[in-house]
Write a new protein. Sequence first.
Length: 137
Amino acid sequence: MRVGRFKTSTRPVCTDAIVGTFIFDTDKKKPFVCDGSIWKPLDSDYDEDGIVDWNDQDDNDSQLKDEQLKSGHIKTGVEIFGVYGSYTNDATAVASDVKKGKSFYANGQKVVGNMTVYSTDQPAALVTNSEGRLKLI
């Protein structure tokens, strides 16, 4: 096995016979080492998804990200390794403000409304405002 410079398409086959052999890939512009089955880059990002192996659940599959790298764990407007955040923490509603059966997110948690909505064909005789809520009397 010749140690040296190779294009990605002309790399030698990585086998147990050459474990630990180093090459430099001139297409990717970085060094690789043979682990006995695949050539792994020395930057510890084996699947080249931008996440180093200590934080990559399966560093041989660029589509499989760490289970904690989810949009709901990243602030809205922020992008990390191609995952765009959707986490917000500025909601002010509470369950009693939202119609029963409808849901919203507050401080990263899903909340289901519990406000009962009554309807009738009869107009209300008197309406008052009690602590910011309308109350039928």
